[in-house]
Write a protein that binds this ligand. Sequence first.
Ligand code: ADP
Ligand code: MG
Length: 241
Amino acid sequence: MHSGLSTARPEVDAAARIFEVARSEGRQFVMEPEAKEILRAWGITVPQGFLCHTPEEALTAATKIGYPVVLKIVSPQIVHKSEAGGVRVGITGDEGLRQAYVDIVDATTRAAGPDAVRGMLVEEMAGGLEVIIGGVRDAQFGPLVVFGLGGIFVEVLKDVAYRLAPVVMAEATRMIKEIKGYPLLAGARGRRPADEQVLADILVKVSNLIAALPEVRELDLNPVLVDGSRVIAADARIIID
Ligand code: ADP
Ligand code: MG
């Protein structure tokens, strides 16, 4: 047990504490709010958000954040939230939020049983180009950091760049320029160009995280939303051993 150990690295301690909770509940993954707490500790920007347990709490959270908001299931049984009917984006008012809350409880309870709902995450609605940043621990090569554009670019076209972790800024910048979809990041089709420094900085941080935390088998930030210099990890999944 390393619960009492302190490494003098708060970002490592924060992760260890959360992994311990997951293990104690027999989970091999950390839930999204937990994963985002780890990201925050590592200096990676996540949407403003609140974990809520009632529709009233969700309304209060939405007032603090400001509409539009996103509502997402928090469940120890649900890894892929959308597939279970657990995500609503673009909620523009109190009425819609109440309805979305009820709908998500319904859908996820049907998908994963009566104990599915641990809570709801109310989040600021971010926007921009979807990219993915990941980390995997390869049996042969060790920790790797992965970068690509989201959606069909990664799923169909496999347009991704890999490196051994950790990487430094120069290497992370090369990863960004290396993918075939790079022109989209650089501002093709009338988009605001991505701030490559900010994006590279997140790649470096994710690479440091996967290299420093041997318990992490897989880390998946999908999507990271890129709008100029606003680069926000809108979803985070961490699989642990
Ligand atoms: P999952 O991958 O588990 O289905 P996500 O958290 O990725 O769930 O949410 C599904 C989709 O909803 C994302 O791919 C993204 O398009 C959108 N989304 C999620 N959170 C936000 C957010 N905070 N701001 C904007 N869009 C979001
Ligand atoms: Mg996702």
